[in-house]
Write a protein that binds this ligand. Structure first.
Ligand SMILES: Nc1ccc(Br)nc1
Length: 432
């Protein structure tokens, strides 16, 4: 066994079984409830998906950032009632600090922007791919962790930020082979609700209360929403107006109801006009309820929006901000359903196989020189040749390099090209 550290003890399997096994001596092999292992084939798919996230981020000229999965609990305690704060994976560490496994990425992004302060110039376009956690009673047997690709823009107050982020999402779907008939992106604005409340001269102090109620659109019936809105003291006319506007599914209808000079309408018209220019107009649709329908019937693949007032909740001056989170699980289910999963079989360049034990040394030097030339090489020994041929097919090796006595004495090795069955000898010095 080895250790690269100056001194570290390396547990052998025997140690683990003897110190941690249960009654029959075997340690629990499954990961904790709601979490996943990524064995090689699953990890190849995840790596492929994350590579698509990274490539789109590069195309959009975003910079990668990262944060600890462990964060202070204080970062996530906010307005009551939000599911994300009710399911915090929180605990007290050995120093008595209240900490969490982060449930989302945005607060960490905001923390870093505040920490960087004046040393960063706006706009900032940052992305990260990070694991997020929730502690949910396993009654629903749902996952407790997933990876999220997050793209956020700080310092752009206009709808250009939303238009850029929508472009990133569409580029990602297109790279995965998903079309605008497979998925739709529902777009709206919180300013729609503000406009409706202004229309009925509803005082600002009711805005937050009305938002909390309307936020339940996805989880409560229309009647229940109406009842709760009436209980805040709104007139039945105002309640009806709110419900009617939030049911609007077309921008022209919204303009008809709210008028063209309302900021919400101007913003959305600008955004849809940008969408035409980017070429993704057929991917998006206006839906006034989406700003509130967080837990919609359909399993959301991604979601996001503007959060211009987040930094002031951390005591800092506000910076306009907009972003989205894109999970690693629902998208894979969609790819499976659509038959769009890429080929995830293993592939290597060369297998090097010494035909006799005393050739294990020469086989090492062959493998070493091929790896230095950038070839992925698997050194196989203590196997019968028949097994090696089967293994080469199983892992899609391009070549089999056989190191045999008679060839080695003449400074040669035998090469089999597995795709063409071509077989030839080559000088070891000329092997590449
Ligand atoms: N926020 C969050 C965290 C973890 C999972 Br699984 N889903 C949502």
């Amino acid at each position: 066994l080895f250790s690269s550290a100056a001194s570290s003890s390396t547990l052998t399997h025997g140690d683990i079984a003897s110190t941690h096994g249960d009654a029959d001596g075997v340690v629990e092999v499954n990961p904790p409830r709601g979490t996943r292992d990524f064995p090689p084939e699953d990890m190849r798919l995840r790596t492929w998906l994350f590579d698509q996230f990274r490539e789109v981020s590069r195309l959009m000229a975003f910079e990668e950032v990262d944060f600890p999965v462990l964060e202070s609990e204080a970062l996530f305690i906010r307005k009551a009632g939000e599911e994300i704060t009710q399911q915090l994976y929180n605990f007290e560490d050995k120093g008595g600090r209240r900490v969490v496994l982060r449930p989302e990425i945005t607060p960490s992004l905001a923390r870093l922007v505040i920490k960087q302060g004046k040393s960063v110039s706006l706009p900032l376009k940052w992305f990260t791919i990070g694991q997020c956690w929730r502690y949910e009673r396993m009654t629903r047997g749902r996952r407790r962790e997933h990876y999220q690709w997050n793209m956020d823009i700080f310092g752009v107050p206009k709808v250009r930020a939303e238009a850029e982020l929508l472009h990133a999402i569409v580029l990602l779907f297109q790279r995965l082979g998903i079309t605008s008939s497979d998925v739709g992106i529902r777009v709206s604005s919180r300013k729609v609700l503000q406009a409706v409340l202004n229309m009925y001269s509803i005082p600002d102090h009711l805005f937050t209360q009305v938002c909390v109620i309307v936020d339940k659109l996805g989880k409560m019936t229309r009647e229940e929403i109406e009842k709760e809105l009436v209980s805040t003291g709104l007139s039945s006319e105002a309640v009806q107006g709110i419900i009617d506007v939030l049911s609007i599914k077309s921008l022209s209808k919204l303009e008809e109801v709210l008028g063209s000079d309302v900021e919400a309408v101007a913003d959305l018209k600008k955004l849809f006009s940008f969408a035409e220019q980017y070429g993704y107009a057929d991917w998006i649709c206006f839906d006034a309820s989406v700003a509130f329908d967080r837990e919609g019937k359909l399993r959301a693949i991604c979601g996001g929006g503007r959060y211009d007032r987040l930094l002031s909740t951390f005591g800092s001056e506000d910076i306009p901000a907009c972003g989205f989170g894109f999970g690693d699980a629902v998208i894979v289910e969609l790819l499976k359903e659509k038959g769009l999963l890429p080929d995830m079989s293993r592939q290597i360049d060369d297998i090097v196989f010494p035909l006799d034990e005393e050739l294990e040394g020469p086989a090492s030097s062959i493998a070493s020189s091929l790896r230095k030339k950038g070839r992925s090489v698997e050194l196989v020994e203590d196997k019968r040749l028949k097994w090696v041929f089967k293994h080469a097919e199983r892992i899609n090796a391009s070549r089999l390099i056989l190191v045999g006595n008679s060839e080695w004495e003449r400074g040669m090795v035998r090469v089999k090209v597995l795709s063409t069955r071509e077989e030839f000898e080559v000088k070891t010095s000329e092997l590449e």
